[in-house]
Design a protein around this ligand. Structure first.
Ligand SMILES: Cc1ncc(COP(=O)(O)O)c(C=O)c1O
Length: 434
């Protein structure tokens, strides 16, 4: 099928609210390593990795072999029957997660993993209310949309009961108009303020992304999660880290994003990069907390812990250990960050460069003084980068943050290629808009 035929069927048979990148959407055909090709044969350097998901690149032979081998044996069983890949993956993830996070519940998407985490927190604490952050994104079920702190992603007027939002630790646009570190991380105290003023005073959980992904790679200051986790405990709740974007080495140095803040959460949710694109998600907690679920009612997941996805995940983690461990991601990520900082010196539209590892955000503004969000320029950058053969993402509540997040197997050479394309792109967009 050519692009025209695909788009024709897309328009006719798929819901129109599927968000598509680009004015002229891009039907992809195949991928290999760091690159993808569209149906017309054009090649692109993939620096968004299917929304931070193909963590070891497209068509990695070890992931393919593992999945193929499992498909020959058993494609599906449901969680009614234990299987080897399911338990081996649970053991492996317990091994690489911090603290005594040990017991897993596998499902199919980040949304489900977060649903499961809130279910767990409510059952275990006996409390209902949950604190999330403004600018957060936690998924697309009714509850996950309610946890999400951005109107645009809360379609249908969804408001699940008992969810309140505290200020985001968004230093570049501080909600308190203060400056770090003189602020004393005052935004963290807002979590307590919200609990005291908007809840019954007893909460089930605080849930947060270590780096707010869809929110535009908002990166909280170093003290933030230590303070927030303590507040959660003071008011009887669990602290849940949504590692759907930040997990599996994405942020460099550690396997999971929250480790940068020196905090071990009670519950961690993960998906996206867990299996290099095979649908899989997980909610992990301590044995002590998980065991509280005994005798609390029945639960199954038809596709959860699917043996093929679990086999692909085990292979993905193995490849990460061999080819793209957290130290590699930190090194290549720092290299990318430094290159983006150089572009910031050159182009006044770049207001902020932030992030950790291979999760780098570039916030575009019309004026560095007023910080007026440059949503149009952001769209132009995406379009021009595409014509130069580079795919990147965007995010932020104002649609003005570029999200740069290649497969973790990216090398400095791939980063050089991306930076060169971005430099040319910014030069063109500068001429168009500045
Ligand atoms: C931090 C975070 N949590 C949860 C989700 C939902 O994951 P899924 O789309 O797999 O349901 C996303 C998706 O982008 C996410 O970024």
């Amino acid at each position: 099928m050519d692009a025209y035929e695909i788009l024709e069927l897309q328009g006719k048979y798929l819901w129109p609210n599927h968000l598509l990148y680009y004015t002229d959407p891009l039907p992809l055909d195949h991928g290999e390593g760091m690159y993808v090709w569209d149906v017309e044969g054009n090649q692109y350097l993939d620096f968004f990795a299917g929304i931070l998901t193909t963590s070891v690149g497209h068509k990695h032979p070890k992931v393919l072999d593992a999945a193929r081998e499992q498909m020959e044996k058993l494609i599906h069983s449901s969680t009614l029957y234990p299987n080897e890949k399911h338990v081996r993956l649970a053991e492996k993830i317990a091994d690489i997660t911090p603290g005594n996070l040990q017991k897993s519940y596998f499902t199919n998407s980040g949304t489900e993993a977060n649903e499961n985490a809130i279910l767990l927190a409510r059952v275990v604490t006996g409390h209902q209310e949950v604190i999330a952050l403004r600018h957060a994104y936690h998924g697309r079920s009714a509850l996950a949309m309610s946890l999400t702190g951005q109107a645009a992603w809360r379609i249908g007027g969804t408001h699940a009961h008992g969810v309140k939002h505290a200020m985001a630790p968004y230093c570049y646009r501080c909600p308190l108009k203060m400056t770090y570190p003189e602020c004393g991380v005052a935004c963290a105290e807002d979590v307590e303020d919200v609990i005291k003023t908007q809840t019954s005073g007893k909460i089930a959980a605080v849930i947060a992304e270590p780096i707010l992904g869809v929110g535009g790679f908002i990166t909280p200051p170093p003290e933030y999660f230590g303070i927030v986790a303590e507040i959660a405990y003071t008011y009887g709740g669990l602290f849940i880290a949504d590692e759907v974007q930040t997990g599996f080495g994405r942020t460099g140095t550690y396997w999971f994003g929250i480790e940068h803040w020196g905090v071990v959460p009670d519950v961690m949710t993960m998906a996206k990069g867990i299996a290099n694109g095979f649908p899989l998600a997980n909610t992990i907690t301590t044995a002590e907390i998980a065991d509280e679920m005994k005798g609390k009612g029945l639960t199954i997941s038809t596709f959860g812990g699917n043996p093929v996805s679990c086999a692909a995940s085990l292979a993905t983690i193995e490849v990460l250990e061999e080819e793209a461990n957290p130290a590699h991601v930190a090194e290549v990520g720092d290299y990318l960050h430094a290159g983006l900082k150089r572009l910031q010196e050159k182009y006044p539209m770049i207001g902020d460069v932030r992030g950790k590892g291979l999760m780098q955000g570039v916030e575009l503004v019309n004026d560095r003084e007023t910080k007026e969000p440059a949503a149009d320029a952001t769209n132009y950058v995406l379009e021009v980068a595409r014509s130069s053969g580079l795919l990147i993402g965007k995010g932020g509540m104002y649609g003005n943050v570029l999200r740069i997040a290649p497969p973790l197997t990216a090398t400095k050479e791939h980063v050089d290629e991306a930076l060169e394309k971005l430099d040319r792109t910014f030069a063109i967009v500068h001429e168009m808009t500045w």
